[in-house]
Design a protein around this ligand. Structure first.
Ligand code: NAP
Length: 274
């Protein structure tokens, strides 16, 4: 089926794109809700990005797109930015059509990340965040909005990490990866370490608060060495599928005007780890 089909559609764009799980997630929800629309993956290279948005702008069936590597920053040059995503998180992962037809860029990664943490009061709590890339920006944005206290950022580029803390108005410090951890209520891995094909994270988690939560954004594998260690030490662990499904849920509503169906998360998680 091509994009000129009269059926409404949304898609995920990136280069490469075959690894994206977004078509599985959105396709699952569309089917459950009986919505006659489709969600596909579209390989778009950096030099095709401007042309892509020019074409979709005039296509009334196109409801929007998710954006993955390497276009999350470059896409900002092609869409409206009423929420000042450029000045805050600095990257868009979702573009949808506003009521006036304008293509609006937004970021659902921060909201998706925070969904499993939303029941807790994080104001004044301390957190450790690993990594200083795009995912870390969404994490820091969400934590700053939640009123987090001290943030320790573990990163290989101290300058970049210090810039991020300042950008989000966060108090805290930057430490190298091999530093001894400080007591904290939350540890987030926002680096690819522990992902299939990458080095695992080796750190002593014992300084964390006894009821600390360990959250790994990596979802391949679902149980990373970090989460395995955290569980074995009695910490509560959150895996990367929670954020993946959460960010998709927020985008789904923007594309198709309905919330994803409730009560099917376990079935969806089973499909995603197959
Ligand atoms: P990114 O923009 O490339 O940033 C990666 C960060 O990790 C950078 O700060 C980088 O350091 C650091 N890093 C990379 N390799 C490292 C190494 N070997 N040693 C030390 N630091 C290293 O990537 P991203 O988009 O932030 O993604 C990070 C991870 O989060 C990925 O595994 C991704 O799959 C996951 N993620 C998950 C979700 C979800 O929904 N669950 C959403 C987004 C991302 P430099 O700054 O020095 O380059």
């Amino acid at each position: 089926m091509t994009s000129s089909s009269p059926q409404p559609y949304a898609e995920v764009i990136g280069d490469p794109i075959a690894q994206s799980k977004s078509p599985l997630i959105h396709g699952f929800w569309l089917e459950k809700l009986g919505i006659k629309a489709r969600y596909t993956a579209n390989h778009v290279t950096a030099d095709q990005l401007g042309g892509y948005f020019d074409m979709r702008r005039g296509d009334p069936d196109w409801r929007g797109c998710n954006i993955t590597i390497p276009h999350k920053i470059a896409a900002l040059d092609h869409v409206s930015d009423p929420g000042d995503i450029r000045g805050s998180i600095g990257a868009v992962n979702t573009v949808f059509r506003g009521t006036d037809g304008a293509l609006i860029g937004t970021n659902t990664d921060a909201g998706g990340f925070f969904l499993p943490l939303a029941e807790m009061d994080w104001s004044g709590q301390s957190a450790i965040v690993i990594g200083a890339g795009g995912a870390a920006r969404a994490v820091l944005f969400a934590l700053a909005r939640a009123g987090i206290g001290e943030v320790t950022l573990l990163a290989r580029s101290g300058l970049k990490a210090a810039g991020l803390l300042a950008h989000f108005g966060l108090k805290g410090k930057v430490l190298p990866f091999d530093a001894k951890l400080l007591p904290a209520a939350l540890l987030v891995n926002a680096s690819p370490l522990g992902m299939k094909g990458q080095e695992p994270l080796h750190m002593d988690l014992s300084p964390l608060a006894p009821d600390a939560l360990v959250y790994d954004l990596v979802y391949v594998p679902l149980e990373t060495p970090l989460l395995k260690m955290a569980k074995s030490m009695g910490f509560e662990a959150i895996d990367g599928l929670d954020m993946l499904i959460g960010q998709a849920a927020l985008a789904f509503e923007l594309f198709f005007g309905e919330k994803p169906p409730e009560g099917h998360d376990d079935e969806l998680r089973d499909i995603l780890v197959r």
